[in-house]
Design a protein around this ligand. Sequence first.
Ligand SMILES: *[C@@H]1O[C@H](CO)[C@@H](O)[C@H](O)[C@H]1NC(C)=O
Length: 116
Amino acid sequence: MKLLVFTIIFGLFCHGTMAWVGIILRNDTERASHKIPDNRCFSLYQDIGELGFGERKKLSESCAIATCQPNLDLALEGCSTVAVDGECQILDGDINDPFPDCCYKIVCKESILNKI
Ligand SMILES: *[C@@H]1O[C@H](CO)[C@@H](O)[C@H](O)[C@H]1NC(C)=O
């Protein structure tokens, strides 16, 4: 039961935390030298490699995700800041976890869970 409550709290805080965005513009020089088909995105940045339209891949060295756009640019989405009250702590996430779990771990004191 406590685990369930924790999961709900974690879910609430996580909601809306995916805020920074960016874009990797298609690079036709790189595309040509790697013989990338016209219907796939490609970037050497952080091991993204080749992605089909709409396909998503987490970056290898950041807690962020790239999505292949129909115009062959790659959209990037990362973590934003979150706020918690004094009973909870924000810890670094694990870079190896899938996005957005890699952003943060929010740990709350037991007492707060018992009040719910
Ligand atoms: C495209 O990629 C090449 C090879 O990595 C690089 O030299 C060039 O600066 C890139 N062009 C742009 C516009 O980023």
